[in-house]
Design a protein around this ligand. Structure first.
Ligand code: ATP
Length: 199
């Protein structure tokens, strides 16, 4: 069984998320992609996200898109209010799914910041990494990130995707009353409207 953790804020989940998850599942023959919204992102402290319950509900809608997708609460808000660290999440996954081959799916922007994550060396030991290209974040800089050859062998590039969409822009457009149906699934558009997620 090949399982990918797909962590993120998903505020809201958009076509870029769906697109890279589908492509990753196809190219890397993933049996499951676990969309795991984070209760508290350690590195995104400046923006307070929508409620976890809303982000999880939207992620569940998006996961209806593909039988290989499922929503996971593994990164639900912690009782003590501490942030969700990917290194802990991957360790937990390895424990609960000892037979599985574990991957971690991220976008190119996340890879460029990986050295600031908690325990970067261990992160690369705990999973194989699938890195999707993202407009504005050239992966050509990979050589400059200082990975060892062994670590580099665990980083797999998914360069066939090109989704020029970011949740930050969508939130701004939604707050201004704009229409984001080009970048959001209809079910997510309806959920946002019904629950006034972005005002
Ligand atoms: P924000 O604009 O709020 O920072 P985001 O659109 O980057 O949000 P996240 O939920 O933080 O979305 O992303 C989860 C993961 O998906 C991250 O690893 C991110 O790099 C990746 N990702 C998001 N959007 C894209 C995209 N358009 N192309 C490639 N990867 C993406």
């Amino acid at each position: 069984m090949r399982v990918a953790l797909f962590g993120g804020t998903f505020d809201p989940p958009h076509r870029g998320h769906v697109g890279i998850a589908k492509a990753a599942a196809d190219v890397f023959r993933l049996d499951r992609v676990l969309f795991a919204p984070a209760g508290r992102q350690p590195l995104k402290t400046e923006v307070r996200p929508a409620a976890f319950s809303d982000r999880l509900a939207m992620v569940k809608l998006v996961c209806e898109e593909d039988a290989r997708f499922s929503a996971s609460e593994i990164d639900a808000p912690r009782a003590d209010g501490t942030p969700n660290y990917t290194v802990d999440t991957l360790a937990e996954l390895r424990e609960t799914m000892p037979e599985a081959e574990i991957f971690s799916l991220i976008g190119a922007d996340s890879l460029l910041g990986l050295r600031h994550w908690r325990e970067p060396e261990r992160l690369l030991e705990l999973a194989e990494w699938i890195v999707a290209s993202r407009p504005g974040f050239p992966l050509g800089e990979l050589a400059a990130l200082g990975f060892t050859a062994k670590q580099r062998a665990r980083i797999h590039l998914l360069e066939t995707v090109h989704y020029d969409v970011a949740a930050t822009d969508l939130r701004r457009r939604l707050r201004e009353g704009g229409n984001c149906s080009d970048m959001l699934l209809p079910e997510v558009v309806n959920y946002i409207a019904a629950h006034h997620v972005y005002g």
